[in-house]
Design a protein around this ligand. Structure first.
Ligand SMILES: [Zn+2]
Length: 140
C-alpha cells in the first residue's frame, strides 16, 4: 500500500463536518497519517479513517428487508379487502380460455381466490392472489 506524504490529499472522516471528505495530510508520524486538514471546513484535526462503506451497507440491507415485508403486507390487506364479503359464486373459475376484465373475481385451482387488477395486454391479465400478484394467460 502506498504511504501518503504530507501535502497529499486523501479520504478521511472529518470530526467537524461529520462526513467522509477530502483532506490534506498535515503531519505524518512514521508511516501513520497523524493530522489532516479538511478541504471543506478547513479545520485541522487528527486523522480518522473514512466511516463510509461498512455503515452504509448495513443500513441498506435493513432497509430493503423492511420495504419488502411492508409491500407484502399491503398486498395481502388489499387482497383481503377485495375478496372478502363476496359469496363463492361471485368468483369465476379460472381457465385459459375465459376472458376477464379489471375488477373481476377469479377462483384459481392453485392460487385460490383472486382479484383482477389489470388486463396488461391482449391475452394477459394481472391478478392479485393471497400469495401475491400473478400474471395469467386468458382468452382474447
Ligand atoms: Zn470538515
Amino acid at each position: 500500500m502506498k504511504i501518503p506524504q504530507a501535502g497529499e490529499e486523501l479520504d478521511a472522516y472529518c470530526t467537524r463536518c461529520k462526513l467522509d471528505l477530502n483532506h490534506r495530510v498535515v503531519a505524518m508520524v512514521g508511516d501513520i497519517t497523524k493530522r489532516v486538514n479538511c478541504l471543506t471546513c478547513h479545520s485541522e484535526h487528527n486523522f480518522r479513517k473514512p466511516k463510509g462503506a461498512s455503515v452504509a451497507t448495513t443500513k441498506k440491507k435493513t432497509k430493503k428487508k423492511t420495504v419488502r415485508e411492508t409491500a407484502a403486507d399491503k398486498l395481502r390487506a388489499e387482497w383481503a379487502s377485495e375478496t372478502e364479503g363476496h359469496p363463492d359464486d361471485a368468483f369465476a373459475g379460472y381457465s385459459m380460455d375465459s376472458v376477464f376484465s379489471e375488477g373481476d373475481l377469479i377462483l384459481h385451482k392453485k392460487f385460490g381466490k383472486g382479484h383482477v387488477q389489470e388486463v396488461t395486454a391482449e391475452g394477459k391479465v394481472q391478478v392479485l392472489f393471497e400469495e401475491g400478484v400473478k400474471r395469467l394467460a386468458q382468452g382474447t
